[in-house]
Design a protein around this ligand. Structure first.
Ligand SMILES: NC(=O)c1ccc[n+]([C@@H]2O[C@H](COP(=O)([O-])OP(=O)(O)OC[C@H]3O[C@@H](n4cnc5c(N)ncnc54)[C@H](OP(=O)(O)O)[C@@H]3O)[C@@H](O)[C@H]2O)c1
Length: 250
């Protein structure tokens, strides 16, 4: 029997979100998928009778509220809300573009808050449910060329840390997913070496295996995770020295 009856996923038109949607649908969950690219969502839904398409831009809070209400009415109580929508603009500080900074926060942080606000009232009323979103190991601490992305992902980790105990008292589990590098459209634009780069299939399996335990943090691959976790407990001078060495920044 499927662990979840009804799931709502954002950012499910490609990459990790699509991988999660396909795995949940194969398990027998009714999966409602959102993203901006309706054509891609429809192509995924064409492979399953239990995937339903709800196109949306996560920066539009009103649309997300309408979608959550529609899913609850049409398909029943959402017991998994998995927010995968995210963006990343590569580039160094020399060509900082302020609108890209704002866009990163609008999609990565406010987009999650918008979706959370849409689904939370239903789960609070039922005193049950599982809420999860994808942050990143880039959120563990500041890294060069990643100011806006890293900060947006740190915010997502902090939000989840605060919510986990708060919502546990109300019967709702919170899980933050912190992947390292995974081969997707998002990382295809990267021109720098990506240590321990994972295939999407492997990452999708690791994500779903971890998610189903309902633990707080799901993270992979362990090699990059432990290097970065270790770096972030070091004193700042040592941290900056090692980061400069690793990234060749002077
Ligand atoms: N790949 C990695 O190495 C890696 C590592 C750590 C964390 N992550 C995180 O994993 C998540 C998924 O990324 P991915 O690697 O799977 O990349 P991806 O294939 O590019 O997927 C990004 C998803 O977000 C959706 N999206 C972007 N902007 C949106 C918006 N305004 N409204 C609604 N949906 C939007 C995209 O769909 P549309 O364009 O159709 O809207 C797409 O479905 C992101 O949060 C990313 O930061 C990825």
């Amino acid at each position: 029997m499927a662990q979840y009856k009804v799931a709502w996923l954002t950012g499910a038109s490609s990459g990790l979100g699509e991988a999660a949607a396909r795995r949940l649908a194969a398990d027998g969950t009714v999966v409602c998928i959102s993203a901006r690219s309706e054509d891609k969502l429809r192509a995924i839904a064409a492979d399953f009778s239990n995937i339903h398409v709800y196109p949306a831009d996560v920066t539009d809070a009103d649309v997300l509220t309408e979608i959550a209400a529609d899913i609850e009415k049409t398909h029943g109580p959402i017991d998994l809300a998995l927010f995968c929508a995210g963006t990343w603009f590569p580039g160094s500080i020399e060509d900082m573009k302020i609108h890209n900074f704002h866009k990163t926060f609008d999609i990565n942080v406010n987009g999650v808050a918008n979706a959370l606000a849409a689904v939370l009232p239903y789960m609070l009323e039922r005193k049950s449910g599982h809420i999860s979103w994808i942050s990143s190991v880039a959120g563990y601490g500041g890294l060069p060329d990643s100011m806006s992305y890293g900060a947006s992902k740190s915010a997502l980790i902090t939000m989840a840390e605060g919510l986990r105990p708060e919502l546990a008292a109300k019967g709702i589990d919170v899980t933050v997913i912190n992947p390292g590098f995974v081969k997707t459209e998002l990382t295809a634009k990267n021109k720098f070496p990506m240590p321990f780069l994972m295939e999407l299939d492997e990452a999708g399996d690791a994500m779903m295996k971890g998610l189903k335990t309902r633990k707080f943090e799901v993270t992979f691959p362990w090699q990059l995770v432990w290097i970065l976790k270790f770096l972030n407990i070091l004193p700042y001078p040592l941290y900056f020295w090692l980061v400069r060495k690793a990234t060749m920044k002077s």
